[in-house]
Design a protein around this ligand. Structure first.
Ligand code: G1P
Length: 273
């Protein structure tokens, strides 16, 4: 039912300078796989085959990663290293990748609007690759199930320490009867200071959006940080009762920060060894 997944991947990754000077932050590895590959794997697990990636200048490595590398593949053919490519080869064979460039960095909402040309008029998923998730059923699979029930936009949330609300979009909602993890959202604020935050329920980088979001984004004025915020556009849907916030089961690592990145590395290393 959800066939496409959008990956906003145009950001500069300034928190990881100098490595992000010439390397896209989405290509930073957790062990031997780049962050964006984990995101694509999660989308595939949720039954999605079409990956729509919003890139920018200096992001060519992402396109090359999801392609064949003839020279390299020729070199290692038949050797002991060849199986190291099995996983990415199999992933590439399962999906298609399309790209568009965000020319100016005007925020996450603007990046998502830039992706409209790749998505069209259908509901779609969004993965922010620097939020790395790990769970039995992938977070996006869990959200697709929620979408099937409510047929409206879905955001994934988790409780964060109150002092961290200024790092996230924060929601206020009413628990849907008979659930303890599903909220009908009535308010959302982008990165509020703790004293202004309605709750400590923070949006993490997983969304399912209905396509009317594009028209709303076109009319959304710059908000927090002078950027067009997806949180502000979603608030318009929420006012009509059309946003559900879902407390996913699983772990999330903020790989946009050095601490979260190291935690994720240790966690995945512990799992493999
Ligand atoms: C973006 C969104 C924010 C959300 C966060 C999740 O912020 O604007 O609402 O909570 O992703 O990671 P960013 O982390 O890109 O500043």
């Amino acid at each position: 039912m959800i066939k496409k997944c959008l990956f906003p991947a145009a950001g500069y990754g300034t928190r990881f300078l100098p490595v992000t000077k010439a390397t896209p932050k989405e290509m930073l590895p957790i062990l031997t796989k780049p962050l964006i590959q984990y995101g694509v794997e999660e989308a595939v697990e949720a039954g999605i085959k079409t990956m729509a990636i919003v890139t920018g200048r200096g992001k060519r490595a992402i396109e090359d990663h999801f392609d064949i590398s003839y020279e390299l593949e020729h070199q290692i053919k038949g050797g002991s290293k060849e199986p190291l490519l099995d996983e990415i080869r199999s992933l590439i064979s399962k999906c298609t990748f399309s790209y568009t460039r965000q020319i100016e960095m005007k925020g996450l909402g603007h990046a998502i609007l830039t992706g409209e040309t790749l998505i069209g008029n259908e509901p779609f998923a969004v993965i922010l690759a620097d939020d790395l998730c790990y769970s039995q059923d992938s977070v996006l699979s869990q959200m697709v199930e929620v979408y099937k029930k409510y047929n409206c936009s879905i955001v994934a949330i988790e409780e964060v320490p109150m002092e961290d609300t200024n790092k996230y979009g924060v929601i206020a909602g009413k628990l849907v009867d008979g659930t303890d993890d599903t909220y009908r959202v009535y308010d959302m604020v982008e990165k509020p200071e703790p004293k202004d935050a309605p709750t400590n329920l923070a949006i993490i980088g997983r969304y399912i959006l209905t396509p009317d979001i594009f028209d709303i984004l076109r009319d959304t004025k710059a908000g927090k940080g002078g950027e067009i915020q997806i949180t502000d556009a979603l608030l318009e849907q929420a006012k009509r009762g059309k946003v559900i916030a879902f407390k996913f089961k699983g772990k999330r690592f903020d790989c946009g920060s050095v601490d979260g990145f190291v935690d994720a590395t240790n966690f995945f290393y512990g799992k493999e060894s």
